[in-house]
Each structure stands twice: as structure tokens, then as C-alpha cells.
Write a protein that binds this ligand. Structure first.
Ligand code: TYD
Length: 218
């Protein structure tokens, strides 16, 4: 099973992933946590190019193909093997980030993005995708607080440097994807406190695990 978390900067994905792991481990599942970009050794190198604020001149197509290259390596080296071993893989961002950041916000041609997804994923998709939704100005404020207090690396701020309107488009892009594919997406209001968000996620995840016969001790 593959669970992905999506959302704008500062939406709290990392914190909520640790709660999901705790919940899944508590009911006897073996989980693997990973992220994009940078879920593999090669991916780490691609990530440093993508997120370096000094690379502002990166061409949008270069950006798209680097995310795609990172994803191919990630799926082949880590995600597919782990799923075959029966583990639940939880991934911080996946292909929906490409649709929304490179497609909706950067404005690359959606047909091209779709073709790249076809090449990289070949029909493979997450089983469940949580979108942690909150206003862009709140997310960006949280992200910059984390950068300023050192809990988020200042060497990776290329996207945080984008204007508010870029992040608003990202937010709207996710909501639109969720509307089109309601069986895979679960939109969670992430503007509230950490514990409320955690409980909402668990109450949505539990019935899906039951449906997939992965309910174990629920
Ligand atoms: P990261 O530091 O992981 O951000 P966050 O903590 O907000 O997830 O940086 C990943 C950045 O890369 C993020 O700003 C979104 C962007 N991104 C894309 O533009 N396209 C993609 O396909 C992916 C996976 C990420």
C-alpha cells in the first residue's frame, strides 16, 4: 500500500507522517517513510539541485524532468520493492506535487505532464492521498518560522521564495485534483491544531484499511 501526503509549504506533512506511522505501527503494520524529492541516494543529489535557492534560473522543463528522474529512481529502488515485501509506504509528496507545482503553478502543458506521469508511473498510483489544506499565507508563515528557527534547512528555500500567488495556485490545484478523484484523495483541514489534524487523518484512514483488508487490530 502507498499513502502519500500533499500540501503547500508549512502544511504540517512531516509531523502528521510521524503520527500516521505511530498509528500504523500500533496496529501491527510495518511502515517505511520516504519523501520526494530525495528518497534515494541519487535522489538526494537531484534534490540539492532542485531546492537550491541559487538555481533560480532553472528552466521549467529541466525542473519537471529532474522531479521525474528522482521519481523513477525512487519507485524502482525503494517504493516497489518495499510494497512487494508487504510494507506500507508513506511518502511525503509524490506525482500530484508535479501536477500542481509544475503544471498548475508554473503553467507547463498538462498533456506533457500527463505523458511524463505515464512514462514514470506506468499506471501506478498511490492508494490514498491526504491533502493537508490551509490558506497559503498561514502555510508560508509557518514554513518561514521553521527556516528562521533552524528546523527547516535554509539551503532549500527556492520554493518558499516564490510569491504568495504561486502558493495560492498550488492550494487551488490540489483542491481541484481532489474534486476530480474523490476516491483516492482525502482533503484534511490543516489550519487547526496538530492533534485535531491527527485524529481526522486516523478516522479517514481506518475505514480504508478495513476496505483493503489491512485492518489488523483496529
Ligand atoms: P520540501 O523541503 O520537501 O518541502 P515540503 O517540506 O514543503 O514538502 O521541498 C520540496 C519542494 O519541491 C516543495 O516546495 C514542492 C516541490 N516539488 C515540486 O515542485 N514538484 C514535485 O514533483 C515535488 C515532489 C516537489
Amino acid at each position: 500500500m502507498l499513502i502519500t501526503l500533499e500540501g503547500i509549504e508549512g502544511s504540517g506533512k512531516t509531523t502528521q507522517i510521524s503520527h500516521i506511522v505511530e498509528f500504523l505501527k500500533g496496529i501491527g503494520h510495518d511502515c517505511v517513510v520516504t519523501k520526494e524529492p530525495g528518497g534515494t541516494g541519487i535522489g538526494e543529489k537531484i534534490r540539492s539541485i532542485l531546492l537550491d535557492p541559487g538555481n533560480a534560473e532553472i528552466h521549467p522543463l529541466t525542473e519537471l524532468l529532474l522531479y521525474a528522474a528522482d521519481r523513477v529512481q525512487h519507485i524502482q529502488e525503494l517504493i516497489h520493492p518495499m510494497i512487494s515485501m508487504g510494507k506500507i509506504v508513506i511518502c511525503d509528496r509524490f506525482h500530484d506535487s508535479t501536477t500542481v507545482y509544475q503544471g498548475v503553478s508554473r503553467g507547463l502543458d498538462m498533456k506533457m505532464i500527463h505523458d511524463v506521469h505515464q512514462l514514470v508511473l506506468g499506471g501506478f498510483k498511490p492508494d490514498v492521498t491526504f491533502v493537508l489544506d490551509l490558506p497559503a499565507e498561514i502555510g508560508l508563515m509557518r514554513a518561514w518560522d521553521q527556516i528562521n528557527n533552524g528546523s527547516r534547512p535554509s539551503a532549500e528555500t527556492r520554493f518558499e521564495n516564490e510569491k504568495l500567488i504561486f502558493h495560492e495556485k498550488v492550494r487551488r490545484g490540489y483542491l481541484e485534483l481532489a474534486r476530480k478523484e474523490p476516491e483516492r484523495f482525502i482533503v484534511i483541514d490543516a489550519s487547526g491544531n496538530e492533534n485535531d489534524v491527527k485524529e481526522k487523518i486516523q478516522s479517514e484512514l481506518a475505514p480504508r484499511l478495513i476496505r483493503m483488508n489491512l485492518n489488523k487490530d483496529i
